[in-house]
Design a binder for this molecule. Structure first.
Ligand SMILES: Nc1ncnc2c1ncn2[C@@H]1O[C@H](COP(=O)(O)OP(=O)(O)O)[C@@H](O)[C@H]1O
Ligand SMILES: [Mg+2]
Length: 362
């Protein structure tokens, strides 16, 4: 290809591309500048042709990083790829650019040019920064709201407790204490969820461990020697599922603390176990207490049983209670249609050791 035809072709290509682009000769003088280059960086087209790259815009393009990329990296590596450079131009202010450069070889023995693409990322970066700032602000705000809700629930729970201590009727006292425990557990369920983004996923076993840790401090009195152990597989679930499972665990732990160790059992143990395989899962809460009384007919079951059944139904799971002289075991099982995996997930009885602790399997 002759030098003249070559120049015409380069001009035609550079004229058509939408990206800011320069074609330089070996002396780094401009052979062609794309229209978008001149527009984006407010350079007069007449001020480009034949000009040394670093002299364009009255020396505005004399950028140390550009000198390094074109003068050293390009000859050494044959190409410059996706290098981000920030530069404060006198005419247009601070700009973030992504630079790509490579040699253009036309034919054997022909002159070699350099193609320099300069993508202006400034707007995208500003948009990204604004978005990050807004997300951060949203997180702070969400945290603040959750903190306030938590405080409010705590205040409501304390008022109930104070009231429970001042009433004379045993029934009213029990009702107020129950309500206090429930409000505290709801506060704990929400508090432990706060680290996860709404609509996001959470590692269930860690969440349940944190929840049980919080509950063991609020519902187990100093006179009770009850340890809670959380074990299970390392599975992630949606925040909505975690919330429902958290509320179920809270109800069952409160039940165990309230009813299981009434015979002076000095080594009370509650074991929370979650196992999952594909879409099948099983949550088991077992204690080594006195065992639940025989009848669990809807008339004798309390509000807690109703709450657990409703939450399990929402999750598409079954509730099964095993009671004997070694304690009570409640299994909430979810089996995906046509699967018998969950049926194989057997509840394990609690052993007699330690205090609140988590063990993660798998
Ligand atoms: N872990 C347990 N050990 C012994 N008894 C239990 C246990 N969990 C529940 N119960 C018995 O089952 C009953 C129903 O519990 P629940 O439905 O939670 O109602 P509530 O806690 O409001 O009494 C309780 O009153 C208690 O007698
Ligand atoms: Mg209950």
């Amino acid at each position: 290809m002759t030098g003249r035809r070559q120049a015409t072709l380069v001009d035609a290509i550079v004229e058509t591309v939408r990206e800011p682009m320069l074609v330089l000769n070996r002396e780094l003088r401009v052979v062609a500048a794309s229209r978008s280059f001149c527009q984006t960086f407010t350079v007069n087209p007449r001020d480009t042709r034949g000009k040394l790259l670093y002299d364009i815009g009255g020396g505005d393009w004399d950028i140390p990083e550009l000198r390094l990329l074109i003068g050293k990296i390009l000859p050494e590596r044959g190409a410059v790829e996706n290098c981000e450079v920030e530069h404060n131009f006198r005419a247009i202010g601070l700009r973030t650019m992504r630079l790509n450069a490579r040699h253009l070889v036309y034919a054997r023995g022909a002159r070699t040019n350099i193609l320099l693409g300069i993508e202006d990322l400034t707007r995208e970066r500003i948009r990204q920064r604004t978005q990050d700032e807004m997300l951060q602000e949203k997180d702070v705000l969400l945290g603040e709201i959750q903190h306030r809700i938590g405080n409010s629930l705590q205040i409501i729970a304390n008022i109930m407790l104070v009231k429970a201590l001042s009433v004379t009727s045993d029934e009213t006292r029990r009702a107020l204490t129950d309500a206090h425990d429930r409000v505290i557990s709801i506060a704990a369920v929400q508090h432990c969820l706060h680290a996860a983004a709404p609509g996001g996923q959470i590692e269930l076993i860690r969440y349940l461990n944190e929840l049980c840790e919080a509950m063991s401090q609020s519902v187990i009195s100093n006179r009770q020697a009850i340890a809670i152990e959380v074990v299970g597989s390392r599975a992630r679930v949606s925040c909505t599922t975690a919330e429902s499972l958290g509320l179920i665990v809270a109800e069952l732990v409160i039940n165990a603390v309230k009813y299981a160790f009434t015979k002076g059992n000095m080594h009370g143990r509650i074991r929370v176990c979650y196992t999952a395989h594909a879409d099948d899962w099983c949550l088991v809460v077992a204690d080594n207490g006195v065992g639940q009384p025989e009848s669990d007919a809807p008339t004798t079951a309390g509000l807690g049983t109703g709450i657990i059944r409703a939450l399990a139904e929402r999750l598409g799971a079954q509730v099964k209670t095993v009671r004997n002289e070694h304690g009570t075991t409640i299994a909430i099982t979810h089996a995906a249609a046509g699967s018998d995996d969950a049926a194989r997930m057997q509840p394990a009885a609690p052993r007699r050791t330690g205090r609140a602790a988590a063990r993660i399997e798998g």
